[in-house]
Design a protein around this ligand. Structure first.
Ligand code: HEM
Length: 157
């Protein structure tokens, strides 16, 4: 029988499996086969916000605000929205487990970065890069539509 301390640590004396490795409350071992989409979205969201704020400081230091719109969309669409979506999936696990949530999450992660990156490319390089913000914005709109469906299906969960 496993002793209580090893059970608490997550190790298995009988099978000899390695104890669960956790980082910021997220299990990184094979025991958990996938990251919950909500956790992933929150982690990507805070990293995007950190990068967006540093970019804002760089703009301020250089007194060059050309990339202001890219900075704004990165922080709001790529950072704040992504974090809020992820928070909903963590608060309502029934929503976070849906296949629709995973599709929505990945769509927004990719679109939420492609959109502001495309805005920056157009501002710096010209209209030759217009396809990037167009595709990125369509991806985040599609992600928003999927999120609307998820919320309507799970708001009473
Ligand atoms: C350390 C943190 C931040 C710094 C230093 C910073 C800096 C800046 C700068 C220098 C501008 C350009 C101002 C101008 O065009 O006159 C700007 C614009 C803007 N920022 Fe930030 N920012 C920060 C964080 C954020 C965050 C967290 C958000 C949103 C969640 C945000 C949203 C915006 C918006 C909406 C604009 C207006 C863009 C425009 O007018 O085109 N910023 N910021």
């Amino acid at each position: 029988m496993r002793d209580i301390k090893s059970q608490r640590r997550g190790s298995n004396v009988i099978s000899g499996k390695a104890p669960a490795v956790r980082l910021a409350g997220i299990s990184l071992t094979r025991k958990r086969k996938y990251w919950m989409i909500g956790s992933l979205m929150m982690c990507v969201g805070v990293v995007v916000l950190l990068f967006g704020m540093l970019a804002g400081i760089a703009m301020g230091i250089q007194h060059d605000f050309t990339l202001g719109p890219a900075h704004a969309h990165l922080n709001l669409v790529g950072g704040v929205l992504l974090f809020l979506f992820g928070l909903y999936y963590r608060l309502v696990p029934a929503a976070g487990r849906m296949l629709l949530a995973k599709i929505q999450g990945w769509l927004h992660i990719i679109g939420g970065v492609l959109f502001p990156a495309g805005v920056a490319a157009v501002l710096l390089e010209g209209p030759a890069f217009e396809a990037a913000p167009i595709v990125g914005s369509l991806m985040v709109v599609a992600a928003m539509a999927l999120f609307t469906v998820v919320v309507f299906r799970t708001s009473r969960a």
